[in-house]
Write a protein that binds this ligand. Structure first.
Ligand code: PMP
Length: 340
């Protein structure tokens, strides 16, 4: 019986997400695989965390006045965090998303009170058609509008350094050996990576990005490749420029996965486990298969995969065409679910 009902604001419920041992992936990889399930945040993604830090920082530094408008360039999830928190605290929001953003995310943004503008790409501030350029010019032309700019806002890394990293360390009782996550702005891998390396420098911090994205090349050679036009966009991850929120000091390696590989793995994971995953989470699972030899897990390792959001956000793109799709009670008859 619930004895105490706590009254809380929505933004006070951000963080403290569960870490779940995944029996299916542990068996497949012959090691201990845990999933940090970030879709338990109120906006149903990891990006609620930086959204909260960036908003609180802007308010504390008087960069925006009550009733003003928060502006962000986002693949959808940061935008949803911003829209939800802004709404609760009495602010408006305008979110610039790229045309790859799923219909579900756009509908969620609008229902959270955001005005949504769809742009051609998210190639950074120097591209006139990008979400970042449009967001910055919109904010500078509207009084009392503030561009949170997750790609260069220190609150992005800080949120994960101060919350996600310590949570994982405590939840694994310091036994974590590997942390693996998709890389978009780089805020998660840089913040969690820094915190974990400060506790134990031997913990492997690995990223996953789409084929043609430039961060793995940048990490290895310290420069952007000559051709940065070949990226296969996977929603939420991948970059054609190096964001200020990516700090390679705490990253050991970044693996690449193709768009189709991640989509196919989302579908096979659902069939095997009965669970829906987002694109970037599926990209991480696909990387476990593809780079099994490089990763070389040992039976006593404790591997944490961070799942930034949930597959329900991508039904139209990932699962709608599936024959035999089962999202309801039939998944409970799937034998493999018993090991979840
Ligand atoms: N996956 C999804 C679904 C995301 O929305 C994001 C953020 N764009 C990421 C992964 C990457 O997180 P980060 O920006 O912290 O690198």
């Amino acid at each position: 019986m619930i004895s105490k009902i706590k009254k809380a604001l929505i933004h006070e419920l951000i963080g403290n997400t569960p870490l779940r041992k995944c029996g299916y992936l542990s068996t497949e990889n012959k090691t201990n695989i845990y999933i940090k399930e970030e879709f338990h945040n109120p906006g149903m993604s990891s990006k609620d965390r930086p959204a909260l830090y960036m908003i609180q920082d802007a308010i504390a530094k008087n960069k925006i006045k009550k009733g003003g408008e928060f502006v962000e360039a986002s693949s959808g999830n940061t935008g949803l965090g911003i829209a939800m928190i802004a709404n609760e605290l009495g602010f408006k929001s305008t979110i610039f998303v790229s045309q790859t953003c799923s219909d579900e995310k756009i509908a969620m943004l609008e229902s959270a009170g955001a005005r949504v503008e769809i742009c051609e790409n998210s190639n950074g501030l120097h591209d006139f058609y990008s979400t970042q350029f449009k967001a910055q010019s919109y904010a500078s032309n509207h009084p009392n509008a503030y561009f949170t700019n997750q790609y260069y806002n220190s609150g992005n890394i800080k949120a994960h350094y101060l919350t996600t990293g310590p949570e994982i360390w405590e939840q694994t009782k310091g036994k974590i050996t590997h942390f693996i996550v998709g890389v978009g702005t780089g805020g998660t891998i840089s913040g969690v990576g820094r915190y974990l390396k400060e506790q134990n420098k031997d913990i492997k911090i690995w990223g996953v990005e789409p084929s043609g994205s430039i961060l793995s090349h940048f990490l290895e050679y310290g420069e952007v490749p000559d051709d940065n036009t070949k990226m296969e966009p996977i929603e939420g991850i991948g970059r054609t420029f190096v964001p200020g929120s990516f700090d390679g000091k705490y990253v050991d390696k970044i693996f690449q996965i193709g768009y189709q590989e991640s989509a196919d793995r989302a579908v096979s994971y659902r069939k095997d486990s009965g669970l829906l995953t987002g694109f970037s989470s599926a990209a991480v699972i696909a990387a476990l298969d593809k780079y099994v030899e490089d990763m070389d897990f040992q039976p006593n390792d404790l591997v944490v995969l961070l799942f930034p959001d949930h597959g329900s956000r991508y039904i139209s793109k990932l699962y709608a065409g599936e024959t035999n799709a089962s999202f309801g009670s039939s998944i409970f008859t799937n034998q493999k679910i018993a090991s979840q």
